[in-house]
Design a protein around this ligand. Structure first.
Ligand SMILES: [Zn+2]
Length: 222
């Protein structure tokens, strides 16, 4: 068997670090060891970040909240707003080997005082940026080839070396271990303000379908 190159070994090590981030039933039992400080100190501020969804908020999303038709309307309006290009790296999925150009990602904020996981907006992403955002899911669902593609993509977009990514992964793991198992409540009330800020075309279509939206919408009080 051919001996792996240093870069491949590093990639493998990164993958191990990534695997540590996969949420489990008992996040506090994940193995954890912080690596030695790298020569370059703190990694540069990432353009493309990884977002770990707290366990209590898994499966809560706008698609479920609005129903399929409502979600399709919102995400397509977002695609138009972004010019059908990734808002982080400027790429499109067809150039990355996917059959579609972009996907819609929900932005969330954590309010630790009230333990509220709050929807604060939407962002249009290429499939690789989206897979990076949901790295835990990607490692569960996608092939090793895609894992490598995603890692390479994060390094490229953030202009990082592999050790920058490793440091970042450990900081994400730290945050996950601290907050991932807390009983967060989901707040999607942001979607109410979306109607006012939307383009005229979408406003019209949403008004037409408002009854359907309202009846299908379930809002969890927090
Ligand atoms: Zn992108």
């Amino acid at each position: 068997m051919k001996r792996p190159t240093i870069a491949q070994m590093r990639l493998f090590r990164n993958q191990l670090a990534l695997r540590m981030l996969i949420p489990t039933e008992t996040p506090k039992l994940l193995p954890y060891k912080r690596p030695k400080k790298t020569k370059c100190g703190q990694p540069p501020e990432p353009k493309l970040t990884i977002e770990m969804i707290p366990q209590s908020c898994w499966y809560e999303n706008l698609r479920k909240e609005l129903g399929r038709e409502g979600w399709d309307r919102v995400r397509k309006a977002e695609y138009r707003r972004a010019g059908h290009k990734c808002e982080i790296c400027g790429s499109v999925g067809v150039d990355q080997g996917f059959k579609w150009p972009v996907e819609c990602h929900e932005k969330w904020e954590k309010d630790e005082e009230t333990l509220t996981y709050r929807l604060v907006g939407l962002v249009v992403l290429c499939p690789l940026c989206h897979k990076a955002k949901h790295i835990g899911r990607t490692l569960h669902m996608d092939s090793v080839k895609v894992h490598h593609q995603v890692i390479e993509h994060i390094l490229k977009v953030n202009k990082w070396k592999e050790f920058d990514l490793e440091d970042y992964l450990y900081s994400v793991a730290d945050d996950w271990r601290r907050t991932g198992g807390m009983p967060w409540a989901v707040d999607m009330s942001w979607i109410d303000s979306y109607q006012a800020a939307d383009e005229p075309e979408v406003k019209r279509s949403r008004r037409v379908h408002r009854g359907r939206f309202a009846s299908r919408k379930r809002r969890r009080r927090v």
